[in-house]
Design a protein around this ligand. Structure first.
Ligand code: 5GP
Ligand code: ZN
Length: 137
């Protein structure tokens, strides 16, 4: 169930310190050690699993519910103006800790975070081709 090399499993086991802000049967949430903004927290399932594609559906639902709970608290208690939920799946997508988690990042008007891409019109043929590959079962 736990991975002995996983830092989030060690936090879950109480072997590493963390500032826990929410817990339920399936999840815990704790403060990110290197916050992007004030109040940045991470929600993780208690059961070790690597990423979005391997997490059990019930755990995914529980993590999503907990992330929404914290997003609401960020607005109510930290006076956040908005919230980003972020999941990185795979090292190409910036994942660095391979225990599934969702970042809950409170956002404040004028904070320094920026979109990591520059929106610009895409190639219509390539959008359509990608859509054909993605669509359906
Ligand atoms: P990822 O890059 O995998 O999406 O997110 C991993 C997050 O875990 C990073 O934002 C990083 O700051 C955070 N993190 C890494 N090590 C620790 C730790 O030991 N304790 C806590 N609380 N957060 C950590
Ligand atoms: Zn783990």
């Amino acid at each position: 169930m736990a991975d002995p090399d996983c830092i989030f499993c060690k936090i879950l086991a109480g072997e590493l310190p963390a500032t826990i802000v929410d817990e339920d049967e399936r999840t815990i949430a704790f403060m990110d050690i290197a916050p992007a903004t004030r109040g940045h927290a991470l929600v993780v399932p208690r059961v070790h699993t690597v990423d979005l594609l391997s997490v059990e559906p019930e755990d995914l639902r529980a993590v999503a519910d907990a992330a929404r709970r914290l997003a609401g608290r960020a607005k109510d208690r930290l006076s956040a103006d908005g919230v980003n939920l972020l999941n990185s799946c795979g090292s190409a997508a910036w994942q660095t800790v391979f225990h599934f988690h969702i970042h809950v990042i409170p956002r404040y008007d004028g904070d320094p975070l920026r979109l990591p891409w520059v929106p610009s019109p895409g190639d219509q043929a390539d959008i359509a081709a990608a859509a054909q590959e993605l669509a359906g079962r």
